[in-house]
Design a protein around this ligand. Sequence first.
Ligand code: ADP
Ligand code: ASP
Ligand code: MG
Length: 412
Amino acid sequence: MPVLVMKFGGTSVATLDRIRRAAKRVGVEVAKGYDVIVIVSAMSGETNKLVGFVNETSPLYDAREYDAIVSSGENVTAGLMALTLQEMDVPARSWQGWQVPVRTTDAHSAARIEEIPTDNITAKFGEGMKVAVVAGFQGISPQGRITTLGRGGSDTTAVAFAAAFGAERCDIYTDVDGVYTTDPRVEAKARKLDKISFEEMLELASLGAKVLQTRSVELAMRYKVKLRVLSSFEEQSDSAGTLVCDEEEIMESNVVAGVAFSRDEAKLTLMSVADRPGIAATIFTALSEAGVNVDMIVQNISEEGRTDMTWSCPVDQVIRAEKAMQKAHEDGVINYQELVADKGVAKVSVVGIGMRSHTGVAAKMFKVLSDEGINIKVITTSEIKISVLIDRKYMELAVQALHDAFELDKAA
Ligand code: ADP
Ligand code: ASP
Ligand code: MG
């Protein structure tokens, strides 16, 4: 039997009624003759609630216990989905990650999937089971502890299962009807794309468009998984939603494909650090060991053997960064005058493979921001994206102004 993977995100399983709705969609695919693997997220709001419990209990938590706690939301929806399907006379069984087992690295709270053995579930399909419901977002480490794949990780579970089982397609059901030129919640004029290239989707995701987890796009690209994003709230045809595919499959595209943003960023500057060979390595090793995900980095010009080092990271990691730097200072490893944290910044990026062959995108972006009176604090670029750090209060304005200026509401 051909295998289909269907993933339902938090809002699509937020109530028993919605689970029934999702189960009906699964039933439609079963009736077409598929063996279906359903990946479920926790009910919307559940994971945030669990993360809140962890932070309140232990701000510098042990990531192994964080995973034990925040993975639990998916266990509930997996069982409920299996029961709902059984009530509809569809033979179904649920699996938690460790039961499959979804083998991952031991990088707790950001684990990577290493292997998904298929024998267990395949044997059940052989016995007449039609739907395997798997709790997304979770796995098991080599040490036998529960791991999670990072926020939004159920997308990655879904694509990894599609790759492991050679699924015909991986359908990601969510609360929007596809991938848009930017988050439709921030820009009402955002336009749904029928197709988007893996590379553009990868950049948009990694720059904050949470419609797909970055790692899921990476896996889909590597294993050639046919990946589709569509709404669980609308009637579906086979051409619904957005197909994430190879660049070659897209005939026309705009120079800029989309605008992404990441709201909760922080900018930290280590003032007057002794400038010597190895200083960057020392600083960023200490930050990485403290679990800080550094994004942008800027080193200022040195004067009299001292320099300023600036970086950005998620705002909820500022305490970790501060502690790590304090400790390095006390240990005499890093000599600096002051650590200044700006917790009120956001990152806004424009993305498009057209930038490889078109010049002037950066200049236009900076002009648009300047016309709106928005100051740019840090800039980074790559072949197909330009990102800036700005004051958070201007984020929506910046996204809308850029969407307008690059005419993303109009198809190429
Ligand atoms: P799920 O719970 O189904 O995984 P998410 O909340 O993780 O859903 O992702 C869907 C959300 O992603 C949408 O509601 C939308 O607000 C947001 N989003 C951000 N950027 C985009 C984009 N470019 N296209 C579509 N949705 C986007
Ligand atoms: N429930 C997890 C989260 O909110 C995983 C997911 O929904 O993809 O991050
Ligand atoms: Mg998600």
